[in-house]
Ligand binder design. Structure first.
Ligand SMILES: Nc1ncnc2c1ncn2[C@@H]1O[C@H](COP(=O)(O)OP(=O)(O)OP(=O)(O)O)[C@@H](O)[C@H]1O
Length: 354
């Protein structure tokens, strides 16, 4: 065991992936390939692994080492009672002395990526609005978690292909190949990321900050709600940000929503709110973008509030009105009191949000 993670025997991983066979290849990334590994455990259960191997060149091997270092530092800050919505790091291959034999072992995510869910029609039916809000909340928590870890981690490649679903269909932030943790010699790290998600103001090493991730997260929020790709050359404007910003400013919320799934009227306020948060995240000026902690508060609190208030207050009201009819003895002021309590909570929360 190293840093609470397991060291896997290299030969066992070779066996688990059938010698990195094509049939076990899950996908190829810019610096390596991921294979599905089937690993027998002592209790006869089978553990499904995702085993990442660098493509053979020094640069790619260094990127994999970096990913291992970052994931292992995050794992040390991960409290068991919380799900940080970061891909579960399980360990590495035992150090054989050959750098190129270094493997990254993660929990296997069997349900594909957010990109597949949104854009590949054969993958699954388009997600309902409640699920989209949940994904937004959970990923915002993941990004806050990495930013607030010690050392703080900046992901630099937040995008829908790097958000994977676990066996319970919970989203997890993955692919820390470009991630930077704060004690790194920041001045030497050249800007990197993916076009469409990349913060336009991140133009030099000195501009590296958590706000770069906030921008990319804002693009993902727009993508979740609209189901438009970050860049779609078949449309004008091709950039999701350029398309969405004027519509959000004019409050044309319904036009921004994925039309394949009808937006229930009770979700309109929550979705409009998420879109306004997204607009702040993709502001051109970095200082206008909120920090992730604020974003989590804004999305989480508001969306929880919608869940809590929509039912309790109105069901209470309904219940009271029914009782009133039955007993004809409920005083008007009781119902009025309940309504004004509901209005007061709503006012308090809205005041905090604006
Ligand atoms: N833990 C995992 N479980 C299942 N599949 C995974 C896991 N991690 C990565 N993958 C899949 O493996 C493939 C390669 O992933 P990787 O993170 O190396 O690169 P990428 O995100 O596709 O590309 P890039 O590195 O260019 O951003 C992708 O299809 C990804 O969805």
């Amino acid at each position: 065991m190293i840093n609470n993670t397991e060291e896997f025997d290299y030969e066992q991983l070779v066996k688990a992936t059938q010698s990195f066979s094509e049939s076990r290849l899950v996908g190829k990334g810019s610096h390596g390939s991921v294979y599905k590994g089937i690993f027998p455990q002592q209790n006869d259960d089978l553990l499904l692994l995702a085993v990442k191997r660098a493509s053979f060149n020094v640069d790619n091997i260094n990127k994999l080492q970096n990913e291992i270092r970052v994931l292992s530092s995050l794992r040390n800050h991960h409290h068991d009672h919380q799900n940080p919505h970061v891909v579960n790091f399980l360990g590495t291959s035992h150090d054989s002395g050959f750098k190129e034999n270094k493997l990254l072992v993660m929990e296997f995510m069997p349900n594909g990526s957010l990109h597949d869910l949104l854009h590949v029609s054969s993958a699954a039916p388009p997600p309902p609005w409640k699920k989209r809000v949940e994904i937004a909340v959970q990923i915002s928590r993941a990004v806050k978690f990495i930013h607030e870890s010690n050392p703080s981690v900046i992901h630099r490649d937040i995008k829908s292909t790097n958000i994977l679903f676990d066996s319970d269909w919970n989203p997890r932030l993955a692919d820390f190949g470009l991630a930077v943790s704060q004690p790194d010699s920041l001045s030497q790290i050249q800007p990197a990321g993916t076009i469409g998600y990349l913060d336009p103001s991140y133009t030099s090493p000195a501009k590296l900050s958590t706000k770069n991730d906030v921008f990319s997260f804002g693009v993902v929020l727009l993508e979740i709600i609209s189901c438009r790709k970050a860049i779609d050359v078949s449309r004008a404007p091709s950039s999701i940000v350029d398309w969405a910003m004027p519509l959000i400013k004019e409050d044309r919320i319904v036009e921004l929503c994925d039309e394949r799934v009808a937006l229930p009227p009770h979700m309109e306020v929550a979705v409009g709110h998420i879109l306004r948060v997204a607009a702040r995240c993709v502001s051109e000026e970095e200082e206008n973008r909120p920090e992730m902690a604020e974003i989590v508060l804004m999305i989480d609190k508001y969306c929880n509030f919608m869940e809590r208030v929509r039912f309790p207050i109105w069901t209470t009201l309904l219940g009271m009105l029914v009782k009133k009819k039955q007993r004809k003895s409920v005083k008007e002021s009781d119902v009025g009191g309940e309504i004004s309590r509901g209005k007061m909570i709503l006012r308090e929360i809205l005041a905090e949000l604006h």
